[in-house]
Unconditional design. Sequence first.
Length: 376
Amino acid sequence: MALRKLHIICTSVPHPPDYGGAIDVFYKIKALHEIGVDIILHCFEYTRPQSEELKKYCNEVHYYPRKSKILSQFSMIPYIVKSRFNPFLLQRLMKDNYPILFEGIHTTAYLNHPALSGRKKWLRAHNIENDYYNSLFKAERKLYKKCYYKLESLRIKKYNAIHSSADGVFAISQFDAAYLNNFNENTVLLNAFHGHSRITSQIGKGDYILYHGDLSVAENNRSAEFMVEVCKSLPYRLRIAGKNPQSNLVNLVKHHKNIDLIDNPDEIDMEDYIQNAGVILLPAKQKTGLRLKLLVSLFKGRHCIASPEMVIDTGLEKLCQIADNKEEWRQTIKLCMDTPFTEYHYKQRIQPLKIYTDTDNAREIVKLIFEEKRVI
């Protein structure tokens, strides 16, 4: 394979891969490296430390600080973009003529910069971000955060025109692709990267229910609270596992003897919780994006119960039981906990999950970025 070099700009440090965005980016980097792409990685460093692991898969790794939250707010450019302007990043991008992959609209500060005119530039859209921030606005309780999320949602909605400055856009779901095609007609579906090459779901029954996610995110925190309400009267143990749970969730769980809160489990423990659960709960309030927790749960876990919004337009609808209101969730949990996960359930997942192969996805990136084949 001919030598190929690619700049990738990340919103944050993508290792460890312990939340959705980091999982997609880290395993994308790993898969591209494995098929011969030389990667020059650019990361914004603020809440996550630098990672030695990234050097295994990248020729170069560069880190940049984010700007002050206060100063970056006084602009019609979204804060998630404005805070990532950095002249040293632009200087490094200008040193060569390699293609650039912008990971998320957050990283597009220089997507339409004159100095990069003529460069091949692709944008990976992880979400319809204005809808995502509007969902955070609805889920948030603190007034100042609600105001920020609403303002940011409005700014992003206006800023979405930036997608037209890219040679193409990689959407993470069919729903997102249809929306983003309004801004860039060369929008293609590129399924999420997740790091799993085979299904490892265990045959049999588990003796607890699991909800997992980044609990510092307001929407996930509210979903966890909803699952407490659903499960508190059921004769099963519920485990809620995730990063940085908020105080209101911590206090709520204390009142229920059949519910455990597992704070910041490491990667090995989280895998164990997923594989040994009898049922994994996958609630969602919005349908944009593709939830990495859905893929991880289907590759590793037993029975999965999801909100309609979690699975719509994924091609994975038939692999999950669907529940909407509290009573549906309770009845479906009872049914799944009483039903062993069998070889039949295992085999049902094989064909639908084949399209979510990291190597094939990496080859699609190479074909579109380096071989100059455009979608008609």
